[in-house]
Design a protein around this ligand. Structure first.
Ligand SMILES: C[S@@+](CC[C@H](N)C(=O)[O-])C[C@H]1O[C@@H](n2cnc3c(N)ncnc32)[C@H](O)[C@@H]1O
Length: 262
């Protein structure tokens, strides 16, 4: 793996700069999320309870887990509390600084790596679980990070990742204004998106393309969950309203698995 800035793809460099500047805005969410006990975990921009979604495997005890784009690493902390041995990798030193401080405050230690989740410095077959909540799942190129997740997972290993809903990505004017009721961009060819209001780059695929990519990298697709916030739910993010998200999925979770070895 190279962490030399000049060797990184343009979008990794651009996202690193943006996330280092946004890290301060994510401290509060990191602190709140680290405080959630096992069974109380909440996902995504609407804080949907784990008890309703069941994103985490039932028995994590003793499993090796990698969080791809861990940010403040609260998901890794949840995994550790459930008995797993997590490793977090993130592209932003600013985000990792918060993660390290929260590790100290909560007395939960696990490796945190500064790097690009498209190239993780661990041998093939090191992990049983790979997870990403709005991490590499939207900020890295799926044609690079999905093969890397497959390489990292053992036979039977699980991949769980949360992304923005596909329809939301077609209906959002930009990252600062709420989604419309109109389709604003084509589905065909959907891959790299750049919003007009910042310098970040994110990635989204049509559902059929996700299925083909996962299968081409040795995964069996187990589920695609379309998340619906509860009535009265709130979010601090400006790009979607509750009225919209009650009608169409603003968030989606893919669950896939490497077949067990025969
Ligand atoms: C929204 S945070 C995800 C963490 C947390 N689950 C959350 O929702 O706050 C997005 C994180 O992805 C990281 N990221 C972006 N591109 C990445 C890449 N290529 N490799 C690893 N991490 C990346 C960013 O640095 C940022 O910390």
């Amino acid at each position: 793996m190279s962490n030399v800035v000049d060797d990184l793809p343009d979008y990794v460099r651009r996202n690193r700069t943006e996330w280092d500047s946004w890290a301060v805005d994510f401290v509060g969410n990191g602190e709140r999320s680290w405080r959630l006990a096992s069974g109380e975990e909440k996902w995504g921009i609407w804080d949907i309870p784990e008890a309703d979604l069941h994103l985490l495997p039932d028995d994590l005890d003793g499993l090796d887990a990698i969080e791809l784009g861990c940010g403040t690493a609260y998901v890794s902390a949840w995994l550790a509390r459930r008995g797993a041995r997590p490793v977090g990798i993130d592209n932003s030193e600013g985000q990792l600084a918060t993660a390290r401080r929260l590790q100290q405050e909560h007395g939960i230690q696990f490796p945190l790596i500064h790097g690009n989740a498209e190239h993780v410095p661990y041998p093939s077959g090191s992990f049983d679980v790979a997870i990403s909540e709005y991490g590499a799942s939207i900020w890295a190129d799926p044609y690079r990070w999905i093969p890397e997740a497959s390489r990292l997972l053992r036979p039977g290993g699980r991949l769980i990742f949360l992304v923005n809903g596909l329809l939301l990505m077609l209906a959002m004017p930009d990252a600062e204004r709420p989604a419309t009721h109109h389709l604003l961009r084509p589905l065909f060819g959907l891959h790299r998106l750049e919003w007009s209001d910042d310098d970040s780059v994110n990635f989204h695929l049509a559902h059929g393309e996700w299925i083909r990519l996962l299968r081409a990298n040795g995964f069996q697709v187990e589920d695609l969950l379309e998340l619906r916030p509860a009535e009265g739910a709130t979010t601090e993010f400006p790009f979607v309203t509750l009225e919209w998200a009650r009608q169409w999925p603003s968030e989606e979770v893919w669950k896939a698995r490497k077949p067990p070895s025969s």
